[in-house]
Design a protein around this ligand. Structure first.
Ligand code: AMP
Length: 278
């Protein structure tokens, strides 16, 4: 497995692979890899000859009061997992390798990124779009695999790829969960034992939304009320509870199949997100 820290070297390798006729599947991550990331790697392997994983905790997508400094990091563990998963190359750039000190160009998505996480994390999606645009230019994959876990991120990046004509096909992989239903996340490591069991209310609230809808309830207000009650009973601090249409992420009044229920909530200081396509 090749490990690249330099963007030019990574790009040269990718170009050589493409000239040799290999297809590249790409999985962008912030590291501290878990089985959710592995499922994306598997999907990329099924689609392409070679898989490239990037591991980069991108400061541009963190707010000043967020957890960039304390975000969990384990380069050695990540490399072992990638090696075991048959990854061809890992791109692990330093901060300096990714951003020139006087970098002054970025990518702004101006519609889908405004609500939901965009409201509570201003600047987040500009950071995400900019880093993913750079990674696509460096790695030049035919396929990029993202997780449904970050539903809004996947929607925003789908829009960026369409609007800026990136020559890449996007695949969205399902959410991987712990046996008790908690969506896998690198941030779960922050949770105390007590918070870990409180956090189960997020999955439970989404199950409630699903069950409620399939029992015939179509009022978004009523479904959201029940979701909030589940979260509040477990002392979670709600950032948002929303039901949106799948493509434009517009909140709906009357819920239809294919709409998406989304939650962001704080468990102590840890902000967790999860969602369910109804
Ligand atoms: P992250 O390292 O958290 O930035 O995530 C990198 C990629 O892995 C993103 O496309 C996420 O949506 C995806 N991902 C994170 N958690 C999960 C999960 N539990 N199941 C599936 N994909 C996930």
């Amino acid at each position: 497995m090749r490990i690249f820290k330099d963007a030019d070297e990574m790009q040269r390798w990718s170009m050589e692979q493409r000239i040799s006729g290999n297809t590249i599947g790409f999985v962008p991550t912030m590291g501290y890899l878990h089985n959710g990331h592995l499922s994306l790697i598997e999907e990329a392997r099924a689609e392409c000859d070679l898989v490239v994983v990037s591991v980069f905790v991108n400061p541009a997508q963190f707010g000043p009061k967020e957890d960039f400094g304390s975000y969990p990091r384990d380069a050695r563990g990540d490399l072992e997992m990638c090696e075991g998963a048959g990854v061809a190359a890992v791109f692990m750039p330093t901060l300096d390798a990714m951003y020139a000190k006087d970098a002054s160009v970025g990518v702004n998505e101006t519609s889908l990124s405004l609500g939901l996480c965009g409201t509570s994390r201003p600047g987040h999606f500009r950071g995400v779009c900019t880093v993913v645009a750079k990674l696509l230019n460096i790695i030049q994959p035919q396929v990029m695999v993202l997780g449904q876990k970050d539903y809004q991120q996947a929607a925003v990046l789908t829009r960026m790829i369409r609007d800026l004509n990136f020559p890449v096909e996007l695949k969205i992989a399902p959410i991987m969960r712990e046996p008790d239903g908690l969506a896998m996340s690198s941030r779960n490591i922050y949770l105390t034992k007590e918070q870990r069991s409180q956090a189960l209310a997020i999955g439970a609230a989404l199950t409630k939304a699903h069950d409620c809808f399939y029992a015939g309830e179509s009022s978004a207000d009523e479904i959201k009320r029940q979701m909030r009650a589940e979260l509040q009973e477990n002392a979670l601090d709600i950032d948002y509870v929303e039901i949106v249409n799948g493509l434009e992420l517009r909140p709906v009044q009357s819920v239809e199949m294919g709409n998406v229920a989304l939650i962001a909530a704080f468990c102590g200081k840890t902000r967790l997100i999860d969602n369910c396509i109804l």
